[in-house]
Design a protein around this ligand. Structure first.
Ligand code: ZN
Length: 146
């Protein structure tokens, strides 16, 4: 079942990406690449207090990397930075096989469990999440040094 879901959801997000594009006035911007596959993801976002209010992504690469970025934009918009960090940890655990996919709590993200069978693809699927995680770390460091 996860295989079917995987294909459907990846294709759906790849063809109709949520949050692809640019913000008129991005507050934060961060990028990352997966040279193994040629994937690039750029993330722009805005923050209101602790809440991530707007996420846009751009870039290029395989369907998994771009679909995963779309899922990330959809899943993390409106979350606090702490919630986002926790969510990202869950995604890594899902990709590693440490937690089982759960449609009810994870929605489309569960489909990413389908990449476990293709270890080289895990980097494609995790790229966007790494980029946002890095950006949040940078934010935290700036806040602490003030
Ligand atoms: Zn890729």
């Amino acid at each position: 079942m996860i295989e079917q879901l995987y294909q459907q959801v990846i294709l759906d997000h790849y063809r109709q990406p949520r949050g692809r594009g640019h913000l008129p006035d991005p507050k934060f911007m961060h990028d990352g690449a997966n040279p193994l596959c040629g994937d690039e993801v750029v993330i722009e976002f805005q923050v209101d207090g602790e809440v991530i209010t707007n996420i846009r992504f751009s870039g290029q690469g395989c369907s998994i990397s771009q679909a995963s970025a779309s899922m990330m934009a959809e899943a993390l918009t409106g979350k606090t930075m702490d919630e986002a960090r926790e969510f990202i940890r869950q995604v890594y655990a899902l990709l590693k096989g440490d937690v089982e996919p759960d449609l009810e709590t994870m929605g489309d993200i569960s489909a990413l469990a389908g990449v476990r069978k293709f270890p080289v693809r895990i980097k494609c699927a995790s790229l966007a999440w790494h980029v946002l995680e890095d950006a949040l770390k940078g934010l935290q460091a700036t806040a602490q040094s003030k």
